[in-house]
Each structure stands twice: as C-alpha cells, then as structure tokens.
Design a protein around this ligand. Sequence first.
Ligand SMILES: [Zn+2]
Length: 462
Amino acid sequence: MLRIHSLLFCLILFAPVSRAAEPAKTGDLKWKAGLAKSVITPKQPIWMAGYGSRTEPAEGALHDLYIRVLVLEDAHGQRGVILSSDTLGIPKSIYDDVAKQVEQQFQLKRSQILLHGSHTHCGPVLRGALYDAYPLTDSEIEKINTYSDWLTEEVVATIGRALQDLKPATVSYGIGTSDFGVNRRTNREPDVPILREQNLLMGPVDHTVPVLAVRNNDGKLMAAVFAYACHNTVLSFQKWCGDYSGFAQYDLESKHPGAMALFCMGCGADQNPIPRRSVELAETYGKKLSASVDEVLSKPMKPLSASLNMKHEFVSLTMQPLPKTEELEKMAAGAIGYSQRWANRMLKMIQSNTEIAREYPYPVSTWNLGSDLVWVALGGEVVVDYSLRLKAEHGEATMITAYANDVMAYIPSRRVLMEGGYEGQSSMMIYGLPTERWAEDVEERIAKAVGQLIESVRKGNQ
Ligand SMILES: [Zn+2]
C-alpha cells in the first residue's frame, strides 16, 4: 500500500512537463561536471569479499571492476564528489585516508565526498573489513593491505582527474522502477518464483530507481547516477565481477558511448535479487535496471538549478554490551567459523584490558541540489525501512543511498532490530564490532540526524 502511494506521489511530482526533450539551452548550463574512471580489478589473486564460505582467493575476472567519479560544481563554485565503486563497500580505514588526502590535495571537506560501494560480493576484501568472516592467513592480509593502499591512491588520483575535467552541464532528476528486488526476511528463496507469479511476495520493498542525469550543452548524456535498493548478490563464484549493477553500468555505457554510469546502492540490506546464482540472471537484472534508467532518461526530467549545499555529520550510535565472558568462551570453543573467530578476538580484548568502544561514529551526509532534490547518503548496510520512512518524512524528491562513506555493519530499523535474525543481530559478529546488537534507539538517532541535516542544507539553498 505504502509503495503504491509512493509511486503515485512521484508520478504526480515528476509528471511530464510541456518540453518533449531535455533542456539544452546555454542559459541552463550553470553546473559544471567532471568525470574520470579507473579499472580496479586486482592483478593478484587476493581474497574475495562478502561470503565467509569461500575457501580460496579469486580465479580471474568475468569483467573488470571500476571506480567511477563524477564531480559536480554549482554556479558558486561549490564542488561535490560522487564515487561509485565495484566493491563490497569502502571501509572506514580507506574512507578516512581518502578524506585526509583530498582535503590536503584538493581542499575538499568530508561533506563534499560521497564514496559508495556497489556491494558486489565478487570484489576484493578491503583493509580491516569483515576479517572475522573469512579464514585469512597473515600473508592473505598482507595482500589485502597492499591492494587497499593502491586502491586509496587510485581513488584520490581518479578524483583529481575528474576535478580537471569540469565542463558546462545541466543536471536533472527522475524516478523509474524495477521489481527484481525481494524482501529476503519475509520470503523463502525457493518459494519466490511461485509467490511472485501469484502476487504474494511479502514485506516492505523499495522498487524505485532514482536517476540523476548530467548532460552537456548539446543535450548529450555525460553521466547517469542511479540507485536501487537490493543486495548485489546474484553471484557467489570465484571471479571478479560487478554483479547486476556491474552489468547495468556496462549496458548503459554501451548504449550511451562516452557517458559514464554510476551505480549507488540504496537501502537494500534486507533485499535480494531472486532467483539468483547464474551469470545469465546477473546480466538479466543488470539489463532490466539499465532499461529502467534509460526509460527515465528518455522522458522529460526535473531540471535542477545550479546550487549545491552539503552537510556531513558523524552520528554517535550506541552498541549494546558484549555477551558475558562465559558465553564468549562457549562461542570461542565452538566450531571454526566467524562467531568462533569473533569471540576469540573479543576475549583477547577483555583479557588484555583493551578499551572496548561503546559508541560508533556513523557517517550521514545530505546534499541539496537546486531547491528540489535532497540526496541522503548513509553508511552501513541499511534496511529498506529507512528509505521508506525518510521519503515519507521528507518527500519523494529525496534520494537515499546507503553503503556510503564506511560500511561498518548492518543498520537495522527498530522493527528489524526487535525482530532479530541476521540483519537485526547475528551479522554484527561478521562485521567484527564489539557488540551483538545496536542499541534500540539506532533508527531514531539516524532519522533525527538526517532530519536536522536536511533542514540545514535546505536553508542553505533558500
Ligand atoms: Zn550485505
């Protein structure tokens, strides 16, 4: 019901205007846009991210992995940098290093950078991210660190190239839909095909495909930023691959030669592409998503005036205390796996009197483009409830992306936290934080911070 209502709202808000084609008048070209991309496919067979069940490193590539950077500059010279990456997520260690270097080299603040990971499970493990999930040896960790240092340099260098590439542009916004994402908490994977056929799929979903189009003075597409709220987990094999979003980017770039397609994951932490597990399906979903983006691009879109206001905040999220020592000892003595590795690490911290953090600095950024669009970028694996709630609170012209500027854990809503399960509880151990659960006010703290930041960037654009 909520979904139908939301869709109607966006159809009304973004109803076609009288123009049949995208504006290409020089007077509208007050934005500037710069683009650059780099191949980041590991040259060595290092460990692959996302699944703890893998027993060996990658064996070659199905297709190349990329980082893609779009820089937007408004009429007052304010710059914002969007990075889309075919990675599981940019961890805090890399985010902090990039933030420091781009401030030194390009005078960019944290509020001006959105570093996204597509959450492909066929990308490399990155420094410090989810080590308890994998059976890593010291030499594997060394390879991960070497690759992560190289990736950090590539990200900074690619941002530098995009900053050198600024050209006059228009920016516009529209919303499409695609329906392959399924709520994985409320639908058993084997039942999905029949449930779909009978229209009986359950649970909240967000099937919208927000699209930001950047065009040059001939109206030619320079870049399309697009989002979708669904895990990038069609594939689980041993080859580097961008999964469905990788295929979507390849497809869009082949249909629009010279343009760049940047996928930014939405709040898809509790959504899966189902059925899955074949290259054919990954390609099919990628092409579906690409077709949805293309449909939005082919219709009149909402032009955004050239003003950019950006805010960033680390919201302090509380972690619930660790389980009792006896419970940790039981887990540490259990079968080899992530909970055993995590419990052992926690016990070592307790025994060595290491200070155990109770709060986590959670990154939230909001950008206001023109007076219309608000873009909210959230860290972590965010469940779909946030997307639905924030759009209901702040309007359909709110683009919500997640997996941005640090992926430290799942971010359950209060509902999912209370229900428990993987996204509400057990995934915390896989990420390695010193807790089994966020505090019960996790959703309220994030929603409150988002509300305050949105109010602040909207004021800045008045
Ligand atoms: Zn995930």
